[in-house]
Ligand binder design. Structure first.
Ligand code: SAM
Length: 278
């Protein structure tokens, strides 16, 4: 899987050289390129933001810089303006880019282009289902927002060019930038790649995973008794049927208690007769 990331802090992603992700890169399972958005600016200050139209606090990421960068990385033809025209004059340049019209809106998604993903706290929640779907893609391109976020026309524009554009929130809170959110999504996606995990079985039965996605049962290791607390006896019984039933009951009970929304969303066909008694 090829992964491109655009950020004003690309060094954030140096950590991807560590741990399982680093090993996956060594094995050639993933190829990561972190790009600096400022490389696509032309002014002396390398500015990527401007004041919000309509007023208000903070700064918004400019579509002009993002479009130069994304056109390059998505392999789209450069905008209609000559890159040399008004190169010293950012205002001229922005006006020219803003009026560029040579793209005819596409009607279908281009399967050979990367999926373009923007983290955004006001977007739908990123879930295990999304991670599973995205783990089947060949190429992902992430755009990290900063400040008050990115100009809303950026995703709109690339969707109209036939690019599969996703916006996801990683939770109901606001971070300073998209880098942490991209790291979270990347980890959830890439650990599902065949060959990524040392033991492939460890991703089969997990929270949020599979058709009847529940929270996982609790886990224990040795010793059987620790500081006066024993693991449940059934787990020591050696009776696999009983162990499976115990774990399944616990998964159902914990999910009902902690995440009743997951129970409400369960497809009843994912429940067996025994489950219905729980
Ligand atoms: N003004 C925005 C709002 O209130 O919705 C918050 C912008 S936030 C300070 C800057 C960037 O951080 C966003 O554009 C996004 O890329 C990223 N970000 C912050 N919180 C996030 C979250 N919960 N999920 C995904 N991305 C997030």
């Amino acid at each position: 899987m090829k992964i491109d990331i655009v950020s004003v802090f690309p060094e954030y992603f140096d950590v991807l050289n560590l741990s399982l992700f680093g090993k996956a890169q060594d094995k050639g399972l993933v190829e990561v390129h972190a790009h600096n958005l400022r490389d696509w600016t032309h002014d002396v200050h390398h500015s990527v933001d401007d004041t919000p139209v309509g007023g208000g606090a903070g700064m918004v990421m400019k579509p002009v810089v993002w479009s130069e960068c994304l056109d390059d990385l998505l392999g789209l033809e450069p905008a209609v303006v000559e890159r040399t025209m008004g190169a010293d004059d950012q205002a001229d340049r922005e006006a020219e880019y803003a009026s560029a019209t040579e793209y005819a809106p596409a009607t279908t998604y281009s399967p050979n282009r990367p999926i373009l993903i923007f983290p955004n706290p006001s977007a739908p929640l990123f879930t295990q289902r999304d991670a599973t779907e995205l783990s089947r893609a060949d190429h992902l391109l992430f755009g990290c927002g900063r400040y008050e976020g990115y100009d809303a026309r950026i995703p709109e524009y690339y969707r109209a060019q036939g690019i599969d554009v996703r916006e996801y929130s990683i939770g109901d809170y606001v971070l300073n930038g998209g880098e942490v959110a991209v790291s979270v999504m990347l980890e959830a996606i890439t650990r599902l790649l065949p060959g990524f995990m040392g033991n492939p079985d460890s991703i089969v039965e997990e929270s949020y995973t599979g058709e009847g996605a529940l929270l996982e049962h609790r886990q224990y290791t040795k010793p059987a008794e620790w500081r006066g607390i024993r693991v449940p006896d059934v787990l020591l019984s050696g009776d696999h049927g009983k162990v499976d039933r115990f774990r399944r009951d616990e998964a159902l009970e914990r999910t009902a208690q902690i995440r009743p929304d997951l129970i409400a969303a369960l497809d009843c066909t994912a429940l067996n007769k025994q489950d219905r008694k729980t």
